[in-house]
Design a protein around this ligand. Structure first.
Ligand code: ADP
Ligand code: MG
Length: 190
């Protein structure tokens, strides 16, 4: 493949429990094995396993920088051009993350972004749809429906959280199997 000096944008998208963090951590580990410089950032709202870590439901985790917003994300990179910038829970950074990541790509850094493609009530969750549209590479993951075992493209709340707008509330999108469950098209109840 010809290169043009810009980084490539890779997106890992799916509902909760689809293995997004697992896949992100796999790519980070491989890049580090190859001796590449990697910056790993998680959103500070993901405090399920304490701050400063990207964790998978399987228990894998790697130390990361926590950022509360897009300027914080850019500060984690600084004015360097690492080989890889890996970002988990990208949906929490909002639409402004798109131009910010484009600026990092222009430096030649490869960017891999993992995040929720849908809200728990089944709506597209920006910025993931936009990032998927402009990415060189998209990995779209599904979970396993907790009712029938079919491919699950959705997740839903099975226990009341702290409420709020499903499109932006933090408490509305952070949780584990006690709060959310993966659901296929047939069994998702928005
Ligand atoms: P994500 O970051 O997409 O929420 P994780 O990488 O944290 O996903 O976790 C994926 C892991 O979650 C799977 O490998 C599996 O062990 C576990 N898991 C628990 N419930 C489910 C489910 N309903 N469907 C698929 N995987 C599940
Ligand atoms: Mg995750």
């Amino acid at each position: 493949m010809r290169t043009n000096g810009y980084g490539r944008l890779q997106v890992v998208a799916g509902p909760m429990f689809s293995g997004k963090s697992e896949e992100l951590l796999r790519r980070v580990r491989r890049a580090r094995l190859a001796g590449l410089e990697v910056v790993l950032v998680n959103h500070a709202w993901d405090e399920r396993y304490g701050t400063g870590e990207v964790s998978s439901h399987t228990g894998l985790s790697l130390g990361s920088t926590s950022a509360t917003d897009v300027p914080g994300l850019l500060a984690a990179v600084g004015d360097r051009a690492p080989d890889l910038l890996a970002v988990d829970e990208a949906q929490f950074f909002g639409p402004d993350v798109v131009p910010a990541l484009e600026a990092v790509l222009r430096r030649g850094t490869t960017v891999v972004v993992a995040g929720l493609s849908v809200t728990f009530d089944g709506r597209p969750f920006e910025p993931l749809p936009t990032l998927m549209a402009i990415a060189e590479d998209v990995t779209r993951l599904t979970a396993v429906c907790g009712v029938c075992g079919a491919d699950a493209v959705f997740h839903q709340r099975i226990r009341a959280g702290s409420g709020g707008d499903p499109l932006d509330g933090t408490a509305a999108h952070v949780g584990g199997t006690e709060t959310y469950a993966a659901r296929c098209r047939r069994h998702h109840e928005p």
